[in-house]
Design a protein around this ligand. Structure first.
Ligand code: SF4
Length: 380
């Protein structure tokens, strides 16, 4: 492999430096830890001419914060020349994974939900070139038909940039894949987008619904969710035969033990095909984490409490143990045989074949755990 490491630079004096004095160490250090079989070149934009027509397989950009604009310009220039992410090495994935074609087309999300790590881990919103994403979606060197057929988009909010998603789905259509992703509830009002999602093979969308309580949604800065629209939003997606997976969180400040446990019924009422049920987890760096620290409500605990199934803070209206118990009761009720089978049967009336397979598989997956008593583990 050939690798170009570029240290970006922006002039800080009208005429630049009279003498370039001393280089940063990052580039040559990165070169030193790169295995010797790779051919490495190091460019300092401060003194070197950048080779935009390079044949390098990998281009690494490094920069001091104030020089970021130069790094972004370089990234854009290389992007235009087709230097971007290669197709992931799907061949290195174990065949034990049912779905192997995982893709990320975008990074980031423009919303600001208080518990979400995306804002700090993936700030801004970035798009990969449509042709690169399509190239990855077309990768078919898998042994099983479903591994070739299903494309799992790991995006935080794939549909938010309408111009981009229309371009992507129009190109995806001829591949005749089944695909799934995460999206926000605004899609339910966009008939044109929903139609295109159906035509391009969408079988499931994951929506972060989170709560049935207005004040909790306000606390979470989840402006885009309107409780009174949940049912119609799900129905609009079902109209296209697409399954709705949805995330719900137990442990908002307005939650009580009862309100958490009754979520199992409300999830059924609005027609969710596959629920994902977690405990509020104040990940470091999120607004909710800072809020809880300010209120002295964080419990000093290990990382095992940050897996989405445990309690790492002091809830407002119950004790930590009660929140845990309420979540476990919710989980058991939601994945009971009765509710799981009901969701599968309901899908027979609303879902297209791929979406029905998804609902059948995922509901059976959780129902089997429930039957075996393979419950979420309590961290110690
Ligand atoms: S909509 Fe989803 S991805 Fe975006 S900030 Fe909220 S929780 Fe995070």
């Amino acid at each position: 492999m050939t690798i170009d490491i570029i240290i970006a630079y922006v002039k800080r004096y009208e005429f630049g430096h009279e003498k370039d004095f001393v280089p940063p160490i990052t580039g040559i250090h990165l070169a030193a830890i790169t295995p010797r079989e790779h051919m490495v070149r190091v460019f300092h934009q401060q003194v070197d001419r950048i080779d935009f027509d390079t044949k390098a397989d990998l281009i690494a950009l490094s920069f001091f914060s104030g020089f970021a604009p130069a790094a972004f310009d370089l990234a854009r220039e290389f992007g235009k020349r087709g230097k971007d992410l290669p197709t992931p090495r799907y061949d290195l994935l174990s065949n034990k994974f049912l779905i192997r074609k995982v893709i990320q087309a975008t990074r980031g999300c423009p919303f600001t939900c208080s518990f979400c790590t995306v804002l700090t881990l993936n700030p801004g919103f970035r798009l990969r070139p449509v042709e690169d994403v399509i190239r990855d979606a077309a990768y078919d060197a898998f042994p099983h038909w479903w591994q070739r057929k299903v494309v799992w988009f790991w995006d935080d909010n794939l549909t938010i940039n309408r111009k981009y998603i229309h371009a992507l789905l129009t190109e995806l259509k001829p591949l005749k894949k089944w695909w799934l992703t995460q999206a926000s509830m605004d899609i339910a009002k966009d008939d044109k987008l929903l139609d295109l999602m159906r035509e391009s093979g969408c079988i499931g969308v994951f929506l972060g619904i989170e709560s049935f309580d207005k004040e909790s949604l306000a606390d979470a800065h989840k402006r885009q969710n309107k409780i009174e629209h949940y049912k119609t939003a799900v129905a609009a997606i079902h109209k296209r035969g697409i399954a709705v997976m949805a995330g719900f969180i137990a442990g908002f400040d307005h939650d009580t033990r009862e309100s958490i446990e009754e979520m199992a019924d409300r999830v059924m009422e609005i027609g969710i095909d596959v629920p994902f049920l977690s405990v509020m987890t104040p990940f470091r760096g999120t607004p909710i984490y800072h809020e809880l620290v300010k209120e002295d409500r964080m419990l000093v605990k290990g990382w095992q409490f940050y897996n989405g199934y445990n309690v790492a803070f002091r809830p407002k209206r119950m004790r930590p143990k009660e929140l845990l118990l309420a979540h476990r009761n919710l989980w058991k009720k939601a994945f009971s045989v009765r509710y799981s089978v009901k969701r599968i049967l309901r899908g027979l009336l609303t879902l297209r074949p791929g979406a029905l397979c998804l609902s059948l598989f995922m509901n059976s997956f959780y129902m089997y755990k429930r039957i075996r008593r393979n419950y979420p583990v309590d961290a110690l």
